[in-house]
Design a protein around this ligand. Structure first.
Ligand SMILES: C[S@@+](CC[C@H](N)C(=O)[O-])C[C@H]1O[C@@H](n2cnc3c(N)ncnc32)[C@H](O)[C@@H]1O
Length: 906
């Protein structure tokens, strides 16, 4: 199916309305399509169920093939996930941070549901947001997604239906299945402060900008967990109270398998409640030893699990990132529950756990009932743990796995789930301990073995910073990138007001020990990442929106994640948000395995952090994204052919790297291995030195850099290079003017001429590139005048770097050695710019490319065995180490080869 070019711009509604409606509602032959359209518009205004439903179904089927396309594209993207790697080529490898790319939605504090007055469909006014009101209804169709999630809401008791568009609710990559799992047909919901509008297609309906305004009344975990028996509108839950605990658990499994995790949690919770109340002995026992002790612990845990699910969960309508499908009740792994239950029951009967004097004599039936309830409880806790895991509620997953293990300490599945949840919480040693125990009980379980191996690797990585990237690099980035766990190396976040101004609230990242160039400083995995394959991100100035949905996708992902993961919420709240009230966060917030990763201590962490974690709100998340998102562009591997293939672009939030400030003389580099961001020192650093990265293209003159720093992030860089250029401003202004002119005129012309590849470059190519060469010559001439004789070589290199692109582009206008009669001139130029780049920007791919070009020139002029070549190669290897860290020489050579291939391809 052909995808309309303006697809993304289509808001809600139908395309080619008249024709489509004509087909949909065949009116008499004399009437035209517009009449049909009118009918649908009228139907929408009168909330007529049948017609609105038919239009929705048609919309949906019309876009099914498009959605299929999206689904397969998503699958492709998933496959490509993590293939992002360090960028290359001029202007690439530069850290760009997104700044102005937010969709504006007026900030408004969330209104608690209980404070809102119900409103009816017939009372809605067009183009009005109904503050203080709430609309109740049921999703009466399957949802689908265009720019927004589209579904229909049927009003309770009236049968009236209205179209509903929910924005910012799902990731742009969400599949149809995920959308429908998140907004299941039949869900009873409350729409807070409904906004009623006329869509582009002239039909009317509701628009929800903040997905938190859609409150699920029935299928939310909180509904089950908090034990509420009524909806906010007073209607009863269909909570299947007539079912027993086994049936309730099976209902949970059914919901789990259909992807409705919230409903699954609700049913498991009800099953647990029933099983607990059914057990006679448990109700009677008060001792804390043996099984009674276990029960007491469970009940305490149970309280924690349910209360932790409660805050804000009435509006908990968003699932976390998607999960893989698996059957919660899959009994593949050995489940010793029955056996051990019997054993324990025997113990009880023998008087081991039960205080016979306090309790009436157990009848056989009591014991049997206890046994049955115990087995049911075990399964429900264990399955609820899996459901929490998939909802990214790792703390709750731990608690429930522990509940299950209190009943049966040899329950392999629960041990496995406890291990997985610990891994997700970055508690790797605990994960190893659980998984080892699981493996002892079930020695050949491949899933447990795999999880254990991963936990051991992650543990080593996070403690020692040891990552084996050799085979990935040697294979030219083919295959899946290795998983890299977070590592917080010799760095810490520190207040830097003495450097950036008293009261500025600025923090930065500083080294805790001295480090050498190429040492690993930290590894960070993103809290969220949005990507687009082959489409370059850029800001559309008129709308102040990105050209794709990536930015909003990022905000939505973060919002969803922060709602379920307290640590993520704390981390987001620690990031710079444009205010001066920033404080120094505890490093424990970022270090894997620290107390903040522990579910129990995390829940009490408010005192340690100073402020209680508020619920996330989308406006503050947008702010955080605005100031902290990293943008990465690179090449994805195409069928193992190295750097060929689609270019990919992504933006994301990597927490610890977000504390790194900008400098035009950066001393660190970043490389992406899969989603993980590795930060290496690109210079030798003293203990206590600030780690800096460039936020934008620093190979440009001072005024350009100033503009970018100010417009993008509101700061003026005061690094020594900027200060020097400030003092030289009058002497170098004419070069800056010429640079700007060339940037505006010659660069687009060169792009045009090289569109068909460098082999097909047009006539103007030489003319334009030689203009750059002219500017580079001017820079060289100026730097050798007496006016500049007081400058050290280092400082001359700082100035040269601001015009470095003239050298690099200009170089293309010089015929290569040996055709060039003055090969030495070309070499001198390249060497000069290489020294400058190595001085200013050692951890950069452009610097490495230049070093490789120099190496090539030396190879042509001498031989590979010559001393000159060895020197040139050593220099290039050193730069490669500044980018990719201390890899072995063959690995560095391989990286340089793949970069060279990239240059040749370009
Ligand atoms: C991503 S944050 C960096 C961390 C931030 N300093 C903090 O305290 O969290 C970006 C913000 O840091 C500040 N910043 C970064 N580099 C700077 C520099 N070279 N000079 C002054 N402020 C800088 C600016 O306010 C910028 O908007």
């Amino acid at each position: 199916m052909e995808i309309p070019s303006d697809f993304d711009n289509l808001m809600v509604g139908l395309m080619e309305l008249p024709n489509l409606y004509k087909a949909l509602f065949p009116v008499n032959e004399n009437s035209n399509a517009h009449v049909a359209a009118e009918l649908v518009i009228k139907a929408s205004e009168n909330f007529k169920k049948e017609e609105i439903l038919a239009a929705h179904q048609s919309d949906m089927s019309k876009f099914t093939s498009w959605l299929d396309y999206v689904d397969s594209a998503t699958a492709k993207k998933e496959k490509l996930r993590g293939s992002i790697k360090c960028s290359q080529g001029p202007g690439k490898g530069v850290l760009l941070r997104l700044r102005e790319s937010v969709v504006e939605i007026p900030p408004r504090p969330p209104a608690p549901l209980g404070t809102l007055r119900p409103i009816k469909l017939s009372e809605l006014h067009l183009d009005r947001q109904h503050y203080g009101r709430v609309l109740y209804g049921t999703f009466c169709v399957k949802a689908f997604k265009m720019t927004a999630v589209l579904t229909l809401l049927e009003e309770a008791n009236t049968g009236k239906v209205v179209k509903l568009a929910i924005y910012n609710a799902v990731a742009s990559t969400a599949t149809l299945g995920e959308v429908q799992a998140q907004f299941p047909q039949g869900s009873r919901v409350a729409i807070k402060e409904p906004y009623f509008k006329r869509y582009k297609d002239q039909t009317v309906g509701l628009r929800v900008n903040n997905p938190g305004d859609v409150v699920f009344l029935e299928s939310s975990a909180s509904a089950g967990a908090s034990g509420d028996d009524k909806h906010c509108d007073g209607t009863e839950f269909d909570d299947k109270t007539d079912l027993d605990y086994d049936q309730l658990r099976l209902e949970g499994n059914r919901a789990f398998n259909s992807g409705d995790l919230r409903a699954a949690v609700k049913f498991y919770t009800k099953s647990i409640d029933k099983a607990l109340s059914c057990s006679k002995s448990w109700k009677l026992e008060s001792s804390t030893s043996g099984l009674q002790g276990a029960v007491a612990k469970i009940q305490a845990n149970e309280k924690k699990a349910t209360s932790s699910a409660t805050p804000g969960s009435k509006s908990d309508n968003l699932n976390g990132p998607k999960s893989t499908s698996n059957n919660a009740d899959n009994q593949k792994r050995k489940s010793p529950s029955k056996k051990s239950s019997k054993k324990r029951s025997k113990q009880r009967r023998g008087g081991c756990d039960r205080d016979q004097s306090q309790t009436p004599m157990s009848t056989k039936a009591d014991v049997k009932a206890d046994l049955k309830a115990e087995a049911a409880l075990l399964a429900a806790y264990s399955n609820r743990s899996e459901a929490w895991l998939r909802m990214n509620k790792y703390e709750e997953a731990v608690i429930d796995a522990e509940n299950a293990l209190q009943i049966d300490q040899a329950h392999v599945k629960s041990m496995f789930r406890r291990g997985k949840a610990s891994h997700c919480l970055q508690q790797y040693s605990k994960a190893i301990q659980c998984l080892q125990s699981a493996l002892q009980l079930s020695p050949h379980d491949a899933d447990v073995e795999k999880a254990l191996k991963e936990a051991i690797t992650a543990d080593l990585q996070s403690r020692l910073g040891v990552y084996n990237l050799s085979s990935y690099y040697l294979s030219n980035f083919s295959g899946s990138p290795p998983k890299c766990a977070d590592y917080s190396g010799p760095v810490k976040v520190q207040m830097l007001e003495s450097k950036y101004g008293a009261g500025s609230g600025q923090r930065g990242l500083v080294t805790t020990t001295s480090v050498r160039a190429g040492d690993l400083l930290l590894v960070s995995n993103p809290l969220a990442i949005a990507r687009s394959e082959g489409v370059e991100f850029h800001l559309i100035p008129e709308t102040r929106r990105m050209n794709d949905a990536s930015q909003e996708d990022l905000v939505t992902q973060l919002y969803n994640f922060a709602r379920v993961a307290p640590r993520a919420l704390h981390q987001l709240q620690s990031l710079y948000n444009g205010s001066k009230n920033c404080s120094q966060p505890s490093m424990d917030l970022f270090v894997p395995g620290s107390i903040f990763n522990s579910p129990k201590s995390f829940k009490n962490s408010t005192n340690i952090l100073g402020t209680a974690p508020a619920q996330p709100d989308i406006t503050s998340i947008r702010n955080v994204v605005q100031w902290n998102a990293f943008d990465e562009q690179g090449f994805t591997t195409g069928g193992g052919s190295g750097r060929k293939g689609l270019r990919s672009f992504c933006s994301g939030i990597w927490v610890l790297p977000s504390f790194i400030n900008h400098s035009c003389l950066p001393n660190a580099s970043r490389v992406h291995v899969g989603d993980a961001m590795m930060i290496y020192a690109s210079r030798d650093l003293e203990a206590g030195e600030e780690v800096c990265l460039p936020y934008f293209d620093i190979l440009s003159p001072l005024p350009q850099r100033r503009e970018k720093g100010l417009a993008g992030w509101g700061f003026t860089c005061k690094c020594p290079r900027c200060k020097l250029e400030e003092t030289l401003q009058s002497e170098i202004q004419h070069m800056t003017d010429k640079y700007s002119q060339l940037e505006e005129e010659a660069i687009p012309a060169i792009h045009q001429e090289t569109k068909g590849g460098f082999a097909k470059k047009g006539d103007g190519f030489l003319r334009n590139t030689s203009q750059f060469l002219g500017l580079a010559s001017e820079v060289e001439a100026l730097l050798s005048t007496r006016k500049f004789s007081h400058l050290t070589t280092q400082k001359k290199n700082w100035v040269r770097a601001s015009y470095a692109i003239s050298y690099i582009v200009g170089n293309s206008s010089m015929p290569a050695f040996p055709q060039n009669s003055d090969g030495a001139a070309k070499f001198r130029f390249l060497s000069a710019v290489l020294d400058s780049l190595a001085e200013v920007f050692p951890g950069n791919s452009q610097t490495l490319i230049t070093a490789i070009m120099v190496m090539e020139e030396v190879r042509k002029q001498h031989t590979m065995k010559s001393k000159a070549f060895k020197v040139a190669e050593e220099k290039a290897l050193g730069i490669c180490r500044c980018i990719y860290g201390n890899q072995k020489v063959p690995v560095l050579r391989s990286l340089m080869n793949s970069m060279q291939e990239g240059i040749l391809e370009a």
